[in-house]
Design a binder for this molecule. Structure first.
Ligand SMILES: *[C@@H]1O[C@H](CO)[C@@H](O)[C@H](O)[C@H]1NC(C)=O
Length: 133
């Protein structure tokens, strides 16, 4: 049996200030990666804000409108691959797990919360399969 870890990802958070952060995430093909976006303010309340997750080409990963996931607007390349638990959303954690990543998923992602002035950028790099020995 391989001793390789199936899920390996690294997150490096480079925060300029609390509302404008750039995160760097790396993953291997087939992995699940976490794209972070956490809103810590109480006002406006996390249940009331709208959250717009976009990729580098402005494709929609996920729209959260007043706490409800709008799956109709999601780009088909992300269908079934984006997880963001609503119970965590209610606490202001709008991070998404992007599953089964492809090399083509490499690029810049953005979580935008207009009411709260949050623009979280995440640079994702997906590399070849982890070499198992
Ligand atoms: C946000 O939620 C993700 C799971 O979606 C979790 O891994 C992460 O630790 C949470 N972040 C914070 C700051 O709670």
């Amino acid at each position: 049996m391989s001793r390789c870890r199936r899920f390996m990802w690294f997150i490096l958070l480079l925060c300029v200030n609390t509302v404008s952060c750039q995160a760097v995430v790396e993953g291997f093909i087939g992995d699940s990666v976490l794209l972070p976006c956490v809103y810590t303010e109480k006002d406006p309340q996390p249940e009331k804000v709208n959250v717009y997750w976009r990729d580098r080409d402005d494709n929609i990963l996920l729209d959260i409108i007043s706490g409800t996931h709008n799956m109709k607007t999601q780009n088909e390349k992300f269908r079934g691959r984006v997880i963001s638990p609503p119970d965590l959303n209610r606490k202001g954690n709008f991070s998404v797990a992007l599953q089964n990543v492809l090399e083509d998923d490499t690029g810049l992602y953005e979580c935008h919360i207009p009411e709260a002035g949050v623009e979280q950028r995440v640079q994702l790099t997906v590399t070849g399969v982890f070499a198992c020995s």
